[in-house]
Structure formats: C-alpha cells, structure tokens
Design a protein around this ligand. Structure first.
Ligand code: AMP
Length: 419
C-alpha cells in the first residue's frame, strides 16, 4: 500500500522522477501533509474534497498529479480544436495568474509537452484567444472570462478530464453560482473533480456533493499546525487609525497587509496613514488590471511596505514571508477571516494575524471565533487603552431591552460582496 503519512517522500506518493527532479530544484524536500494525503488518490482517479490550512501546498497537491496524467498520456492526450483537458477555476485574476505560474514552474522542463494558460478578465482577450489556438492541456481561469472565450469558440470544454475548484467554497458561493452552473453544463459527465480550500462551511459541503462522484473527503485543517499567531486588540471607537499607525511604527514590520471592507475605504485609510507619516498603497477591484498587477508584484517583491486591500487579496495569494496581516475591518464571513490571516505564515513560516476591534465589532468577532473554533484573549495597546465606558459595553454583553412594537430600528441591509 502506498505510504500516505506526512513523512512519505514524493516518490512514495507515486510521482514520476521527471516531476520529482523539478521539485528538488525548487527545494521541496518533502511533501506537505495535504500533498501526502491527496496525491496518491488523485493519481488513482478519485474525486477529492481537500481541506488544509492556508499556505500548506494545495496547489502542488492538485497540479502534480494532473501533470503526471498528461505525461502518462503522451502524445495521445487530446489537443487541437481549441479543446482543454484540465480546467482549474479560481475566484480572482491574480490567483489565476499565480496558479498558472506555479503549474508552469512544476512543468518547467516539460514546456514542449505541457501547455498551460491563464485566462482572466480585465486584460485584452486577444492574446488569450491566440494562446488557446490548437488546444491546451491546462487552463487556469476565472469563470467570467472563461465563458466569454467559450461563447467566441476560442475554447471548448467538452473534453475536460479534470475539473479543479481552487478556493472551492468561494467558487460555490452565491457570487459565482450562475457562471459556475453554465460552465458545469458544458463539461462532460465523466471527469475527475477536485475541490480544495482551507475552509468548507457546511452549506457549501452539501452543495459540493452534487458535483462529486464517490469522493474522498480529506480535511486536514488544524489549529495546532497553523503557523499564524493570532491576536486581537480592543480599541476605542474612532481610534483604529491611530492604533494602526502606532503598531506599524512600533513594530517596524518589513511588510504589512491591511484588510478593509470597501474599495473606497482603501483610499481613505491610505490618506489617513499618509498624514501620520506612513506611505501605503491600495489594492482593490476599482483599479485597472495594470495597476492591480503592478501593485501586487511590487508588494510580492517587497518594494511596497504597507498595502491596504479588500477581500480580492484574501484568497490564495502567496506572498513570501509576509510577517503580518491586520484586520482593520473585520471580514463579514468567518471563512474569509481564516483566508485573510492565511496570507501570512505560509510554507511553514511563522506569521501574525492581528484584528482591531471596537465595540461595534465585538459581537461579530465572537461569531468569527465560534465558527472557526478558537478563542483569543482581548488585548489592549499601551497608550490607547479602552475607555471605561466603552470597555464595559464591550465586555458585558448588553441584553437588548424589549421595545414596544413598531419602535425597533430596521436592520441595515449589508452590501453583498462588493470588493
Ligand atoms: P500553496 O498553499 O499551494 O499556495 O503553497 C504555499 C507555499 O508553499 C508556496 O510558496 C509553495 O511554493 C510552497 N510549497 C508547496 N509545497 C511545498 C513543499 N512540499 N515543500 C516546500 N514548499 C512547498
């Protein structure tokens, strides 16, 4: 039987020497737990639901067996006629580019044998159309652009052998339902389906069952294995910016990624930090793709020290040795909390996930803790201690007093996923 313990080597998992040699060049000395657990089963053709902590090597876990499948088919694998053989769907443009680059890196010495293309919106469609001519082995795509390319016959999905949903819970969430259904309707019935994410909320797991055939559910998320240290600071209302600036100056982190909940809040906070002597760049969905790509590249290379982003940066992005993520605003979804802090502490590095909460956030942070099954001590920042009045309101859960009928305030409707 194949050894699937975390101590297994890549060879034990059934990977061929050509791929292993490349992994040695990349200094992947040993498979990560998710790679050990899923690679043999993917090679056996099983459908998989794979859950593992952020930054734990999920990309290689699905990419390596796909590459092996392509190589084992030799020249017989379907190409031509704009067909694609293996389709990886991701939620953001940047992730499409990153995942495609990882696949290209794993198949670097097989460039003439494996054709991998990233397709995503916000950039000209023509180069993508040209690249897809004659078919393609692996396409990494965001759903909207993929459907555009399908409708102009630049890509055909009828011969897809493997479907991967990376950040699967996000791909199965409301924002992508319509596009995903259209794509699924174009795929053949018989295919291998692989779902990966660090979070699988219950309602998503049941949705996923419709996509899968006799799937193995391998969930390896563990708080003990997480290398992200989490801390939460209670602050006075109206003092978050001052506390944030203080923390950045005090700790002199090499780089800081700050999350807010709205595009305009990125610019607003950047201006406020500038006034306090901190230069920050922004990353959000209202920027042109050119600016988005440039900012992310500069952040990844360390040129940008402080980046303020919406949740388009929350999923999957691999920023090497990012020391700290700060939730200036709490994310609406508890799953997104895990993804945000998971930009730090990747590939076994120690990371830090900080959250600033004022009274308005207190209840929501409790929900985030409960859903993600952890509990943190509320800390205070020296010099910015919470006023007694606010502290009381925060610490003592106030029972809402019964109001006479008709006098209650209408609950404010939250804006849906505006990144
Ligand atoms: P991922 O979760 O796929 O984004 O991977 C997170 C980081 O871990 C990336 O920088 C990968 O290059 C790196 N990585 C993935 N697998 C391994 C491995 N077996 N050994 C060392 N680094 C790895």
């Amino acid at each position: 039987m194949t050894d699937t313990t975390p101590q297994a080597t890549f060879a034990d998992l059934g990977l061929i020497p050509t791929l292993i040699e490349r992994l040695e060049e990349l200094e992947y000395r040993q498979p990560t737990p998710v790679q050990s657990h899923v690679i043999p089963h993917i090679l056996d053709g099983r459908d998989i639901v794979g859950g593992a902590n952020t930054g734990s090597g999920k990309t290689a876990a699905f990419a390596l067996p796909i590459l092996q499948k392509i190589l084992s088919q030799g020249a017989s694998h379907p190409r031509g006629g704009n067909f694609v053989s293996h389709l990886i769907l991701v939620p953001t443009r940047e992730l499409a580019s990153q995942v495609a680059n990882s696949v290209k890196s794993y198949s670097y010495h097989l460039r003439d044998k494996v054709k991998t293309i990233a397709v995503f919106g916000g950039v000209s469609v023509n180069p993508q159309m040209l690249a897809l001519r004659g078919g393609c082995d692996i396409v990494v795509a965001t759903p909207g652009r993929l459907l555009d390319l399908v409708s102009s016959n630049a890509i055909k999905l009828e011969q897809v052998q493997t479907l991967v949903l990376d950040e699967a819970d996000r791909m199965l969430s409301l924002g992508f339902t319509e596009e995903l259904h259209k794509i699924l309707a174009l795929l053949p019935q018989k295919k291998q389906t692989l779902l990966f994410s660090a979070t699988f909320p219950e309602k998503v797991t049941s949705l996923a069952q419709n996509l899968l055939h006799d799937a193995l559910d391998i969930q390896l998320q563990s708080a003990e294995d997480s290398t992200v240290v989490q801390r939460v600071f209670s602050v006075n209302k109206g003092q978050k910016t001052a506390v944030l600036a203080h923390l950045i100056k005090q700790h002199q982190w090499r780089q800081t990624l700050i999350f807010v909940n709205a595009k305009n809040a990125c610019n607003h906070l950047a201006q406020k930090l500038t006034k306090r002597g901190i230069t920050a760049q922004v990353f959000h969905g209202d920027q042109g793709q050119g600016a988005r790509t440039r900012v992310l590249e500069e952040f990844k290379s360390g040129e940008i020290h402080v980046l303020i982003a919406t949740d388009i940066a929350a999923r999957g992005l691999d920023i090497e040795k990012l020391p700290v993520v700060i939730n200036f605003d709490l994310p609406r979804s508890p799953a997104d909390y895990m993804h945000r802090i998971g930009r730090s502490g990747r590939a076994g590095e120690v990371g830090l996930g900080l959250s600033l909460i004022d009274c308005d956030d207190y209840h929501h942070f409790n929900v985030i803790e409960k859903k993600n099954k952890f509990k943190l001590e509320r800390e205070q920042v020296e010099g910015f201690e919470v006023d007694d009045a606010q502290s009381e309101a925060c610490v003592v859960p106030v029972k809402p007093r019964a109001k006479p009928a008709g006098t209650g305030k209408k609950k404010k409707k939250r804006k849906q996923g505006d990144l």
